[in-house]
Ligand binder design. Structure first.
Ligand SMILES: Cc1ncc(COP(=O)(O)O)c(C=O)c1O
Length: 381
């Protein structure tokens, strides 16, 4: 009989969707390893770009999802205006690789060392940074005093409750930034609450458009015309590509994952990113152990919701993770994989997984392409 934990987790059966197309596993693969299907990546990039272009808004993908110069170049080649980054390290990696239009969408606090690095990036690329407090504005102003004014984008909260001033206060903060010699270019918001469930993207999209409209009016009331009104996570991008928004910043659409599938932000066939894992134990009934734990998959999920699936084993769900062990619960009526089998795992959330690997094993519709580095892996500070 399966241990209690597994039985309980299976009873609340998490998310094991059908229709996910898993990639061919190279025979010489050493697991755990990222498997990336670049044909699907390319299709995801083209689809989002076509959507933005048709709607007349700019697309500025967030590179935190892939941290890959090659994938970023594909996004720019498809027509994106530039890129969005979430850490100064990411900004530097991409600036060094030749990306010349970067939005550092984070409420940056410019300490001395960070200020020097920001100035160095600004020498080689157009740089805009996020701002959500007067004190951060003062630090940025001091860091860039004497040079060309730094462009800042005011972060406003549209309901995610993470960062950002209330939209109506965007004008006051922009005016403060301007008084310190910064150049307020507009406002941005992150509708993180659009990830909650299938109904959330539509509500979060309305919230972000309303927040950007309020922020724009507040800036205009201070005599500042916003040239950028930026929003759009992967779940909200399909609905938010309209006025007053001028720029979308989705990240995860490039690979997709179970989380995006759960909220209806992609189709099963749009998943491009998987982790290859070896079955290392079948000693306990009702499950097998695979060699991916928290150090390969992160900890996104819960015992009830699961930590990922093995789409080729119908109904199988990772119900628990230790550091190097993944507990894959297999339904009773499904044949358990054997020790030594290599399984393809679909993760809940791709971004943390990307950051745990040095490279990706890339193929294109079954044809091996090679190993690509995860260039900005780490680079957190
Ligand atoms: C500031 C910011 N912009 C854009 C995104 C991209 O959203 P998504 O990951 O849903 O594509 C994120 C994601 O965390 C973010 O934090």
């Amino acid at each position: 009989m399966a241990p209690d934990g597994i039985t309980t987790a299976r009873a609340a059966l998490p998310f094991a969707p059908s229709g996910i197309v898993t990639p061919t596993v190279p025979p010489d693969i050493v697991t755990p390893a990222i498997l990336l299907d670049f044909a699907i990546v390319d299709a995801n990039i083209r689809r989002m770009q076509a959507h933005a272009t048709a709607a007349g808004v700019d697309l500025r993908p967030h590179v935190k999802t892939h941290k890959s110069v090659k994938v970023g170049r594909q996004q720019v080649a498809a027509g994106s205006t530039g890129i969005t980054a979430g850490t100064l390290g990411e900004v530097e990696v991409f600036a060094e690789a030749g990306f010349d239009d970067i939005f550092f969408a984070y409420p940056v606090f410019a300490t001395r060392a960070r200020a020097e690095r920001l100035r160095a990036v600004r020498e080689v690329a157009r740089l805009r940074v996020g701002l959500d407090s007067p004190v951060a504005a003062d630090a940025l102003a001091a860091a860039f005093s004497g040079g060309a004014p730094l462009e800042v984008v005011i972060e406003v909260d549209c309901g995610a409750g993470r960062c950002g001033v209330p939209p109506a206060e965007a004008g006051a903060l922009a005016a403060h930034a301007r008084s310190r010699g910064l150049l307020p270019a507009g406002a941005y918001t992150y509708p993180g609450h659009g990830d909650r469930d299938a109904a959330a993207p539509a509500e979060a999209s309305e919230d972000e458009l309303a927040a950007l409209a309020t922020a724009a009016n507040a800036m205009r009331a201070e005599g500042i015309e916003p040239v950028i009104l930026s929003g759009g996570s992967t779940p909200t991008s399909s609905r938010s590509a309209r006025a007053p928004l001028t720029e979308l910043r989705p990240g995860e659409y490039v690979y997709n994952d179970l989380g995006k599938l759960r909220v209806g932000a992609c189709e099963p066939a749009d998943l491009a990113f998987f982790v290859a894992a070896t079955v290392v134990s079948d000693a306990v009934a009702g499950q097998v152990i695979v060699d991916v734990g928290t150090k390969a998959l992160g900890r996104e999920g819960s015992d009830q919701r699961g930590y990922g699936t093995a789409p080729d084993v119908p109904g199988a769900v990772l119900t628990k993770l230790n550091e190097y062990h993944g507990y894959l619960a297999v339904p009773e009526d499904v044949a358990r994989p054997r020790v030594g089998d290599i399984l393809v795992i679909a993760p809940n959330h791709v971004c943390p997984v990307v950051n745990l690997f040095d490279e990706m094993v890339v193929h294109e519709a079954g044809r091996p392409v090679g190993r690509w580095p995860v260039d900005a892996r780490g680079h957190l500070s």
